[in-house]
Design a protein. Structure first.
Length: 182
């Protein structure tokens, strides 16, 4: 790991240029200040939502992944990827999406598990077919809602136009704000 002499950012690997300020890490001409490729020093196109971390304590994932890519990663594997991104990324917007993913898909996973077990048990043990049909219908509805939410939340978070699921967004705001203050 190399430390930039101009801004103090830690650059991983065999980079020639600093990703934060564009300073040449090896002797030569300095590049203008923008976001630069660590290998060739070319100015990278501006990515909306990419925030520079002023305090210099950015993790490698925060420097490498713009927010419009990190936010959808919170939803890829449901609550598992939400928890993972919550602990890996400290940016408030990414943490919001991570907690929202954990709450929404955690609840849907538990509800789907309960509805699936009830559907199975009622189908095998019950003499009333209507109760097993209702349980199976609720399981299918939970699966459909999960699929639709999964797609919509990933697309909207990529566009940096987040959809706020009412109760989950309130919980996510609390967690994202508390961790940002700490």
């Amino acid at each position: 790991m190399v430390t930039c002499k101009q801004c103090g950012a830690h650059v991983v690997g065999d980079a020639v240029f600093c990703v934060k300020c564009g300073q040449r890490l090896k002797p030569g001409n300095p590049a203008p200040s923008a976001i630069f490729c660590v290998k060739c020093g070319q100015k990278l196109p501006h990515v909306e939502g990419y925030e520079h971390v002023a305090h210099g304590k950015a993790t490698a994932s925060e420097l490498a992944i713009p927010q419009n890519y990190a936010a959808p990663l919170c939803y890829v594997f449901g609550w598992v990827s939400g928890l993972t991104m919550y602990f890996l990324d400290r940016r408030p917007l990414v943490r919001f999406h991570a907690i929202q993913s954990t709450v929404v898909f955690g609840v849907l996973t538990i509800a789907g598990f309960v509805a699936g077990r009830m559907s199975n048990r009622l189908f095998l043990e019950s003499q009333q077919q209507i109760s097993s049909i209702v349980a199976f219908g609720s399981f299918a509805l939970i699966c459909l809602v999960s699929l639709i939410l999964w797609i919509v939340l990933m697309v909207k978070s990529f566009e940096l136009k987040p959809i706020r699921i009412p109760i989950a967004a309130g919980i996510a705001d609390l967690f994202a704000r508390n961790k940002a203050q700490a």
